[in-house]
Design a protein around this ligand. Structure first.
Ligand SMILES: *[C@@H]1O[C@H](CO)[C@@H](O)[C@H](O)[C@H]1NC(C)=O
Length: 998
């Protein structure tokens, strides 16, 4: 939900107030308002650095003015220190830039470059600013949670040639950083081969502090022309100063008290044709180039969290969140960089045919990808990952920024949202209708209208008269409520929340140090500053049950508008010269701002009541590296158009490989009314988003799944049931994400990193490690899809076991009622087949295991289970099984993956699961030899007296046409938390059969 231009609040006073103040600024639009957002050449530092790069590229005689002073270099305990000198004037002054290169245990290297003058505070701020003088050095404090252990085995390479310093690092000494002193640059090598290059093209640029020559200011009156000339004379560098000291955009002026302070660097990936990452953009997974030409953008990718109204498709424009992590991929290698900077950032991408080393053909690609990173302020602080696999990248990035928090089980089920369910009776009615139509759902959401006049922590006394009863009704089927709470606090009388915010002085400040006031949904508002620990503490207090009256244990929270969205601010956000806790300028922390807010909400939900310790659920729109630790995200205000459905898949896949996989797009499209076909197809795609929510704008017609009628309602219900049936597989994928950083839905390259034909594929996905391959329909009128298969394993249709074999594209039927979903051979997929009204009601349901044999006749799979609610799993209260089908021995077995966790909490949990069993085993691609087989033998572990063995009938279905043979064992009765084996083999089964139980 968001953005004001289409807002028609139900209260005429509110409408009037908003219109009166804002209608002169904004006009309702049908597509994104480009003029509301900067292009690179409207953002001073981007324009300067892009121009600089162009000048450098065009010049034949130019040398980069940065040199590492060899006498400054020290190396100790895995860290190199030194000073890079920036030559300002020939033979004269130099700016000193302290350098550290740290080599980490994980094989990752970290390079930081600071500026001595600013670090020491030896600069003057203009306009009597109270801002800090240092370059912002706390991004790591918010983004990083680990992975920083230094690799003490890193060593200087004594054989480095004159003018270079080389450091050997990484396990087994496989990595080497080759540091060139002048001009300063670094090459990162793995196994002797260069993978990542810093400053290859000489675009390194640290805008050192300089005093504004105020003399010029006096002469200003005499004319613009003269001023520029004088400044140039004064500086004698020929640089364009026009954007150094002040910038205006859309009627807002940025006072820039520290002058120009950008940092920029070119980073090249030799031999890599594909780069992925740097969400959030509505673009393809494999990023396009940005300097014009065919199928290319002519603007750099931008990272500056913003409330972009009716965003457009296929664009490098910024969106709501930012993760400055990029990975480059080629056959046999994945590498990457994480640019730890929270200021406005732009990234140019170009590709170059690589002719340098023809001998390397076949190993390396023929294309180099070159990138150019530009941030407005802050440190240069870059992590370099040398892979070599995509799994290494996501794990190492996750070690630094944290893994996805394990959500409650309801959070991965279906969420029903709308702006707005208008009364508590409306909510109860929707809830009843879902039941009437037998449609499963877990969570119903409330957008801003539930509040009294947009005052968060209140309920509208006329429309939400009795929130308690409403939530009690939801709780009957273990359902939840998610109301919205945003960071803007209504600036009004008789509202204790704003009174406290002001009195305790916890709001973001304007450039003069007074509490900043801007406009948002409530009208005049202030913004809680969650960079301030005192603000976080206060925020936590607001969610206590006796403070947020009407909230209940099944209430969870949605944080929207936390970019932050400010209707009358520059680019719909805060002025950059606003001040946060510690007097950091908003400029420095902008992209982190939203994360501090949703994290504070997360913390608040853990402390609502003493003794009630359950996993919180918070949805956020703005995000940064680290947001995965405390929130889920959605892709913001999309539209009910086929193109938006299509774009959602690469966007969600990109979130996955960028460390924030708990993501989804609004099903149905937020703005506009989807056709019944689009709505149906969107549900069929939405069941594959890790975060799965239907949502709609206030001006749209109702579209809950029971609305469209036959056959759409039935088809949507089938899709929802498929999501619920596979919840055990989804939950297991979440567990994997939360322990290894692996994405929940995975693009082709991640599963098949050696398959060069599939690197750019972003319209199909694998669910976790299950081998489930889905290709959602995103085209109107389609009755089939083309699924790309990367390997020579057999793939089977999920529903009828039609087999598809051979690398390449396969046509899979997809009439409206069909969801294209294949199972890759080699996996065992856990399901729960009994349709229920909510996931909570499935808690003790039995399991079905689908064993999909690979070409060798083997299969493997895992299942992770816990109470789905508390943190007890951190003390061992979980079930984690490994299922294997051994084709040679013809045995299916379940083994424990939980090593050494036999705690009291664990035993207690296992007890609650004691009766939960496997009710069905399906073997897809069953061997022909089973045709005449009548029985299998089931053996379950346990104490002597509880050990059980029995024979069961095997039901065999022969292959038919393209449909594979399959077999079923019904009701083996084995317990899900126990070890067991089922013998399908002739010999053993026969032996057991005659020898024992009978
Ligand atoms: C999240 O909140 C905790 C507790 O207040 C705090 O220690 C941590 O720094 C916060 N992290 C972020 C990213 O805001």
């Amino acid at each position: 939900m968001s953005s004001l231009r289409q807002k028609s609040a139900p209260r005429w006073t509110a409408v009037f107030l908003l219109c009166a103040v804002l209608c002169c600024l904004f006009v309702p639009a049908v597509t994104v308002k480009h003029e509301n957002f900067k292009k690179c050449d409207q953002s001073g530092f981007c324009k300067r650095n892009r121009q600089f790069a162009d000048d450098v590229s065009a010049s034949s005689s130019w040398t980069a003015p940065y040199a590492l002073d060899p006498t400054s270099i020290t190396f100790e305990k895995g860290q190199l220190n030194g000073v890079v000198l920036k030559i300002l004037k020939e033979g004269e002054e130099k700016a000193r830039l302290p350098l550290t290169v740290t080599f980490l245990d994980s094989g990752v290297a970290r390079v930081t470059l600071d500026e001595e003058k600013r670090a020491k505070g030896e600069i003057d701020l203009r306009h009597d600013s109270k801002a800090r003088k240092e370059r912002y050095n706390e991004a790591g404090k918010w983004a990083l949670v680990g992975g920083l252990k230094v690799f003490e085995g890193a060593a200087l390479n004594a054989e480095a040639e004159q003018g270079y310093t080389k450091v050997v690092y990484g396990k087994g000494g496989k990595h080497q950083a080759v540091i060139r002193h002048a001009p300063f640059g670094i090459e990162f090598q793995r196994d002797g081969e260069t993978q990542v290059k810093f400053n290859e093209r000489g675009f390194l640029n640290v805008e050192h502090w300089r005093a504004k020559v105020e003399k010029v200011e006096e002469e200003k009156k005499e004319g613009e022309e003269e001023k520029v000339e004088d400044e140039k004379k004064e500086d004698a560098t020929g640089e364009d100063e026009s954007t150094w000291w002040e910038e205006s955009f859309g009627g807002n002026t940025d006072s820039k008290p520290r002058g120009p302070e950008a940092v920029a660097l070119d980073i090249s990936f030799p031999g890599y044709e594909h780069v992925f990452g740097i969400p959030e953009h509505a673009t393809r997974l494999s990023l396009k180039t940005t300097k014009g030409g065919d199928n290319a953008y002519d603007e750099p990718y931008r990272l500056y969290n913003a409330d972009v109204f009716e965003y457009e498709m296929d664009s490098p424009m910024t969106l709501y969140g930012a993760i400055p992590f990029m990975q480059a991929h080629r056959k046999g290698s994945t590498v990457g960089v994480f640019w730890l900077n929270a200021a406005e950032t732009w990234i140019d991408i170009t590709k170059k045919k690589n002719t340098a080393n023809p001998l390397a053909l076949g190993v390396k690609g023929h294309t180099d990808t070159q990138t150019h990173w530009m941030s407005e302020s802050g440190l240069l602080d870059i992590f370099v990952f040398l892979g070599p696999t995509p799994q290494d990248l996501t794990r190492q990035y996750g070690e630094l920024t944290g893994f996805t928090a394990m959500p409650q089980s309801f959070a991965i089920a279906y969420h029903q949202c709308r702006w707005n369910y208008v009364t508590d009776d409306d909510v109860k009615d929707v809830d009843r209708r879902f039941d009437k139509f037998n449609i499963p759902y877990d969570v119903i959401w409330l957008d801003i209208e539930y509040t009294q006049e947009k005052k968060y922590f209140t309920w509208d006394p006329l429309t939400f008269v009795n929130p308690e009863t409403m939530q009690k009704q939801l709780a009957k089927r273990d359902r939840k409520l998610v109301p919205i709470i945003d960071p803007h606090i209504k600036n009004t009388d008789n509202y204790p929340v704003i009174d406290e915010l002001k009195k305790k002085d916890l709001a973001v400040k304007n450039k003069d140090g007074n509490q900043y006031e801007g406009w948002c949904w409530p009208g005049s508002s202030m913004w809680v500053d969650c960079f301030n620990p005192a603000a976080i503490d206060w925020w936590k207090g607001l969610f206590k049950y006796d403070k947020f009256k009407g909230s209940a244990p099944n209430t969870f929270i949605w944080n929207d508008m936390n970019e932050p969205s400010v209707f009358n601010g520059p680019e719909t956000t805060m002025p950059k010269d606003n001040l946060h806790h510690g007097n950091w300028e908003h400029r420095d922390v902008h992209n982190i701002n939203g994360m501090t807010f949703h994290n504070a909400t997360y913390q608040a939900l853990t402390e609502r009541k003493k003794g009630e310790l359950r996993r919180p659920f918070v949805l956020t729109r703005a995000f940064y590296s680290g947001s995965q630790r405390s929130a889920a995200m959605w892709t913001g205000d999309n539209q009910a158009e086929w193109a938006h459905l299509e774009a959602s898949l690469p966007m969600v896949l990109n979130q996955g490989i960028s460390g924030f996989p708990f993501s989804g797009a609004d099903v149905g499209g937020f703005f506009g009314n989807p056709s019944k076909e689009l709505l149906t197809r969107w549900y069929q795609a939405g069941i594959y988003y890790p975060f799965f929510r239907g949502h709609a704008h206030i001006d749209t017609r109702r579209r809950e799944p029971y609305i469209p009628g036959s056959p759409y309602t039935e088809i949507i219900t089938q899709a929802l049931r498929l999501r619920y049936q596979l919840l055990p597989a989804w939950y297991t994928a979440f567990h994997e994400a939360s322990t290894t950083g692996a994405p929940i839905i995975r693009p082709n390259f991640y599963i098949h990193p050696e398959d060069d034909n599939g690197f750019a594929i972003d319209d199909q996905l694998y669910i976790g490690s299950t081998g489930l391959l889905a290709k959602p329909v995103t085209k109107e009128g389609a009755d089939s899809v083309s699924v790309y298969i990367a390997d020579d394993q057999p793939y089977y249709d999920y529903f009828d076991y039609t087999s598809y074999r051979g690398a390449g594209h396969h046509t899979v039927p997809a009439p409206l009622e069909k969801i294209p979903l294949l199972m890759q051979g080699g996996h065992i997929i856990p399901r729960r087949d009994r349709p229920r009204r909510s996931s909570g009601l499935m808690k003790f349901d039995p399991f079905t295991l689908v064993v999909v044999l690979d070409k060798a006749g083997d299969a493997e799979g895992t299942l992770y289970l816990d109470d789905g609610e508390t943190f007890d799993y951190q003390q061992g209260a979980f079930i984690h099984r490994q299922f294997s089908f051994d084709g040679a021995r013809q045995v299916l077995s379940s083994a424990n993956l939980d090593i050494g966790h036999r705690t009291v909490k664990c035993e207690k949990y296992l007890k609650t699961m004691e009766k939960v069993r496997v009710e069905k085993i399906i073997i897809v691609g069953a061997p022909k030899a089973w045709k005449n087989k009548e029985e299998v033998v089931v053996l379950e572990e346990g104490q002597k007296e509880t050990r059980r063995k029995k024979s069961l009938p095997l039901e065999y279905h022969a292959a038919e046409g393209k449909k594979a043979a399959w077999a079923v064992v019904r009701d083996p009765g084995v317990w899900i938390g126990r070890g067991w084996r089922i013998d399908f083999g002739d010999k053993v089964a026969g032996h057991e059969h005659h020898g024992h139980e009978h």
